[in-house]
Design a protein. Structure first.
Length: 215
């Protein structure tokens, strides 16, 4: 998996404007966290810092990890340019180096679905481990109603396929695992107050579940 993302980030001469700014729903989520004084956040799969930088600008104590060294270096450069601080690490999301109960929130926007289902299960367990009691996860995972489901090359077991990654010139072949709502409820069974909502983009071509889950 790492190789494709290293290739993508190393060939990215300029960050496309459409993915430079944070998503509005992440901004709304961050607003709610600040109102509750939940300020310690982990950005899982932070990439070049799209949401990491916004969170740092808003005064959060934010840390970020990504499997791509190129992405981490890009995020570090952008942070320095803006005079911001955040701890960044190159590591695998299914084996986090952080302590138990360290974060008020973990965000993972279009991230954890890029793995096989056994690895996704390990990642969800890691998210639960590093969250504080009452901590919140916010992320999304591809739905089996997505147009890419059952396309491309099948990978191992568990409805995982190496398919085209949409958006802003990516065009890379990356792993996607697809879920039903029932499967997601089982995946997040150790969490409580689970909210799952189906989101549709690009004329309903891309469909993923938004997930909010409390420890």
């Amino acid at each position: 998996m790492t190789k494709e993302w290293e290739k993508y980030y190393s060939n990215l001469e300029k960050i496309p404007e459409g993915i430079r700014k944070p998503r509005n729903y992440v901004k709304e989520f961050a607003k709610g966290l600040k109102e509750q004084n939940k300020m310690d956040i982990l950005d899982l799969g932070c990439g070049f810092g799209r949401h990491l930088i916004y969170l740092a600008e808003q005064g959060f104590n934010v840390k970020g990890i990504d499997i791509s060294k190129e992405a981490i270096e890009m995020a570090e450069t952008r942070l320095r340019e803006k005079g911001l601080n955040a701890e960044l690490k190159q590591e695998d999301m299914k084996d986090l180096s952080f302590n138990e109960s360290q974060f008020d929130a973990v965000i993972a926007i279009t991230v954890i679905g890029h793995a096989t289902k056994p690895d996704i299960s390990k990642t969800v367990n890691e998210i639960h481990r590093v969250l504080k009691p009452e901590g919140v996860f916010y992320g999304n995972i591809p739905s089996k109603t997505d147009s890419r489901y059952k396309t491309g090359q099948a990978v191992e077991e568990g409805e995982t396929y190496r398919t085209r990654e949409y958006g802003y010139g990516r065009g890379i072949k990356e792993i996607h695992s697809f879920y039903t709502e029932e499967e997601l409820r089982d995946l997040f069974k150790e969490f409580r107050d689970l909210e799952i909502e189906l989101l549709k983009f690009k004329g309903e071509e891309i469909q993923s579940y938004k997930i909010i889950a409390k420890k």
